[in-house]
Design a protein around this ligand. Structure first.
Ligand SMILES: [Zn+2]
Ligand SMILES: [Zn+2]
Length: 253
C-alpha cells in the first residue's frame, strides 16, 4: 500500500475514535464498536453461496434443490489443480458493489469487512499457509495496492495463519481478463506465474478477490502443485458465474 493510502487509512481510523461507527459501505450508523463490519441490511444483500454448487470450483448451478456435484468444466479438467473453492458469496448485489469499490475505487478500508465476511463463511480445512494471487509490478504501480494481499492479511489474522508474499510471482503482465471467454483467459495466463520459493508439502489457501472462470486460480494452483505443494484450496470474496433469479447489480449512494 502506498504512503497516501496508509495515511488515508490512519485518518479514517483516527476519525472512528471520535465519530459513531458507520457501515463501511452504506454509512448507516452501527452499534458502538469498531466499524469493520457491514451493517445487517448490507450483509442481508450479500447472501452466502446456496446449494447446489460445484463441489470443486463453487460455481452455483441455476437449478434449485439437490446436492453439490462437479460442474462440466471440473469433470473435463483432469490436470492437477485446486481441490476446492471457498467464497463469501455470489458476485452480485452489495458484495459486487463492495468488491468493485475495494478493487477499482481505492476503498482499501473495505479489506477488513470483506475479510471478516469471508473468514466467517470459510472452513480453512487443512490449509497452513495463505498465498495471495500476485499482481505484476506494472499493475501494482498503477493500482498502488494488491487487493488479494490485503484480503489475505485479514484472513491470516482471523485464521492465525502466515501470509507468504514471495512464493508465487507474476513474471509477465497479462491483459485485463474481464469479459474474455475462458479459453482466451487460459491462453493469456499460460506462463504468467512462477514459483518464488519452496512450497514442498505445503497445504496452501490461495486468496483472490473474485473467481469468474477460474483460469487464474487454476494457473496459480498448477504452478504451486508442480512446485511440490501438497494441496491447494482457494478462498475468494465472491464467486461470479451462474446467478439465481432475484440477484441484480445495484448502486447505492
Ligand atoms: Zn450498510
Ligand atoms: Zn466446477
Amino acid at each position: 500500500m502506498t504512503l497516501t493510502a496508509r495515511l488515508g487509512r490512519a485518518a479514517r481510523e483516527l476519525l472512528e475514535l471520535f465519530l459513531p461507527p458507520a457501515c463501511p459501505l452504506c454509512q448507516s450508523l452501527l452499534p458502538p464498536g469498531p466499524a469493520t463490519v457491514f451493517c445487517p441490511a448490507c450483509r442481508e444483500r450479500m447472501p452466502p453461496l446456496a446449494a447446489p454448487c460445484c463441489s470443486r470450483c463453487a460455481l452455483p448451478f441455476a437449478t434449485s434443490g439437490g446436492g453439490d456435484h462437479l460442474c462440466a468444466n471440473c469433470l473435463r479438467d483432469t490436470t492437477p489443480g485446486f481441490s476446492r473453492v471457498h467464497a463469501a458469496g455470489h458476485y452480485a448485489e452489495f458484495l459486487r458493489l463492495a468488491i468493485q469499490r475495494f478493487k477499482y475505487s481505492g476503498a482499501v478500508h473495505l479489506d477488513r469487512p470483506l475479510g471478516d465476511l469471508l473468514a466467517a463463511r470459510l472452513d480453512p480445512g487443512p490449509a497452513r499457509l495463505l498465498v495471495p494471487v500476485p499482481l505484476h509490478p506494472s499493475r501494482l504501480r498503477h493500482r498502488t495496492y494488491n487487493q488479494s494481499l490485503l484480503l489475505a492479511r485479514c484472513l491470516g489474522r482471523h485464521l492465525q495463519l502466515p501470509v507468504a508474499t514471495d512464493l508465487l510471482l507474476r513474471q509477465r503482465p497479462t491483459p485485463p481478463q474481464q469479459g474474455l471467454p475462458a479459453a482466451v483467459r487460459r491462453h493469456n495466463l499460460r506462463g504468467a506465474f512462477a514459483l518464488g520459493g519452496n512450497v514442498e508439502s505445503c497445504c496452501i489457501l490461495l486468496v483472490d478477490d473474485v473467481m469468474t472462470t477460474g483460469s487464474t486460480a487454476r494457473e496459480c494452483s498448477r504452478v504451486l502443485l508442480e512446485g511440490g505443494a501438497a494441496r491447494v484450496e482457494v478462498a475468494v470474496a465472491a464467486r461470479a458465474g451462474q446467478l439465481r433469479s432475484g440477484f441484480q447489480a445495484v448502486e447505492i449512494c
